[in-house]
Design a protein around this ligand. Structure first.
Ligand code: SF4
Length: 240
């Protein structure tokens, strides 16, 4: 799909609801559509809506081998409940192999490189062959996500990236979860607003945004899969 066409569609979808956007994605891409989720609340709503649209759509999740047990439990629950075609995307290296090659606790010394190894490269490889992917990004999550387009060209994968919930608020997502009695990560009840790898996730920082517990006390706010390639090349990721 041409960049211009993507921009035009993105404008048209500004006033559309996520179900309508997901429906369009299912009809347009069929087997070439993937859902990418880390099983945050928006991802859970995505999976629930997709049950009525295209339930066999492949679901890719980045299993960094550093996830909380609570997250693993939730993944298993939803996999069973929705009969998901779940694909656990793993890095080429185990945490032990990474420690051997890059030193122990790389996430403390160079989290960008750690995310690059355990998330960005594996996702790029796993998306090969697809035409579009769905992400759970919302504009209300962080300042950096405030201009998230509903539809965009993903420079990393070369695919169309779809963010059907860009316009939804956190409250609206929670309301949907409760209305449909959907499960969610138990760590939310312990004050974790967003949940990633255990070494880099803490409970909400006071006055922080919805992702404030991720890489707390660092300038880093994104793992990298949502950062355009051009910005990454200007960063320090490749200069470890
Ligand atoms: S979130 Fe932390 S532990 Fe997970 S891949 Fe990134 S730096 Fe490594």
């Amino acid at each position: 799909m041409q960049h211009k066409h993507i921009e035009t569609l993105a404008e048209q979808f500004e006033n559309a609801g996520p179900y309508e956007i997901l429906n369009w994605a299912g009809e347009t891409y069929g087997e070439r559509l993937a859902i990418v989720t880390s099983f945050q609340i928006t991802g859970i709503v995505t999976l629930h809506m997709m049950q009525r649209i295209a339930p066999r759509t492949p679901v890719l999740t980045l299993d960094t081998e550093l996830l909380f047990p609570e997250t693993q439990d939730l993944i298993k629950d939803l996999e069973r409940r929705f009969q998901l075609d779940l694909r656990r995307v793993k890095p080429r290296q185990t945490p032990r192999q990474q420690a051997r090659d890059y030193g122990d606790r790389l996430w403390e010394r160079n989290p960008d490189r750690c995310c690059h190894i355990r998330k960005t490269i594996p996702l790029r490889d796993a998306l090969a062959g697809f035409g579009a992917w769905v992400a759970g990004l919302r504009r209300d999550q962080t300042a950096g996500r405030a201009n998230t387009p509903v539809l965009s060209h993903d420079s990393r994968s070369g695919l169309v990236k779809i963010a059907p919930f860009a316009n939804w608020s956190e409250d609206r997502v929670w309301a949907y979860i409760h209305e449909h009695n959907l499960p969610f990560n138990k760590l939310h009840r312990a004050g974790y607003p967003s949940i990633g790898c255990w070494p880099c996730t803490k409970a909400r920082v006071s006055n922080g945004d919805g992702r404030s517990g991720r890489w707390a006390n660092r300038s880093k706010t994104e793992c990298g899969i949502h950062i355009p390639l051009i910005e990454e090349r200007a960063s320090e990721v490749m200069r470890a």
